[in-house]
Design a protein around this ligand. Structure first.
Ligand code: NDP
Length: 251
């Protein structure tokens, strides 16, 4: 397991699913963990469970001032943010472009794409100043393939994919590791919402078809190691069995 003692990891969307699993895995690896999400009581309960090394900060990633304030609080408490995990995301409302509500559509872009930019923007000055840092961003197969009813989501994740490449281009020489992760389908609330929509092939999958969020969390931890350096500026795919082995997701 990658040793993270003394490192601080800020996770967006840590109230459930992949983000919650990541908080536990990184804490077990010795890291200080900063849990952020809109659900204040949920992140506080998870932080209480983890103990002194955890800090819960209520934060809507669609709001720049809140993201900046969360990063500032993390730095005030732990001294620095060494790893940012851009995980917060949403897929509702699922439906055809022709019937979509413009405000709802735009909100998904605000959360899934602008939220990723806000997180990176807030941590970069400190990371560049120290000459090191990892910015790990949850992408999706939807970044590369259109799916019916998911235009907002696919468009946002395609933007995230490009943002990761641009982040790498500008900052790799400054010691910043920017890596994306495409997890495949994961057994979380998001897949319950997809199932309930009944639209497209992903909604037809069974719960057993999805991987557990802990696998994604362990992969994120591995992505902080030198073994993952070859993926800087790219995306790791958890559909790749070789990656699952390297990341030791089954342990
Ligand atoms: P969940 O729905 O279980 O969790 C989503 C998390 O994002 C919650 O903690 C939620 O917290 C948070 N969130 C949503 N909106 C905001 C916001 N405006 N500000 C801050 N936090 C927010 O889904 P997953 O764990 O599955 O999703 C995590 C990431 O993984 C997402 O980026 C998703 O797109 C991606 N992904 C998931 C896949 C899957 O099959 N599950 C597949 C591919 C990618 P709260 O509501 O408390 O704010």
């Amino acid at each position: 397991m990658q040793e993270m003692t003394g490192k601080t990891v800020l996770i967006t969307g840590a109230s459930r699913g992949i983000g919650e699993a990541a908080a536990h895995v990184f804490a077990q690896a010795g890291a200080n963990v900063v849990l952020t999400a809109r659900s204040a009581s949920q992140i506080q309960a998870i932080a209480n469970d983890i103990g002194d090394k955890a800090l819960a900060v209520t934060c809507d990633v669609a709001n720049w001032s809140q993201v900046k304030a969360a990063v500032d609080l993390a730095i005030a408490r732990f001294g620095a943010v060494d790893v940012l995990i851009n995980n917060a995301g949403m897929i509702e409302p699922i439906g055809p472009i022709s019937e979509s509500d413009p405000a709802d559509w735009a909100h998904v872009i605000d959360v899934n794409l602008k939220g990723v930019y806000y997180g990176a923007r807030a941590v970069l000055p400190g990371m560049i100043g120290r000459g090191s840092g990892s910015i790990l961003t949850i992408s999706s197969g939807a970044a590369h393939h259109p799916l019916e009813g998911w235009a907002h989501y696919c468009t946002s994740k395609a933007g995230v994919h490009m943002f990761n490449e641009a982040l790498h281009l500008e900052n790799a020489g400054k010691g910043i590791r920017a890596i994306g992760l495409s997890p495949g389908t994961v057994a979380t609330q998001m897949q319950r919402e997809i199932k309930a929509s009944g639209i497209n092939a992903v909604a037809q999958l069974n719960w057993d078809d999805h991987i557990p969020p802990e696998w994604v969390a362990r992969t994120l931890l591995w992505m902080c190691s030198e073994d993952a350096d070859e993926f800087k500026g790219h995306e790791v795919s958890l559909r790749d069995v070789a990656i699952r082995k390297r990341a030791k997701v089954f342990e």
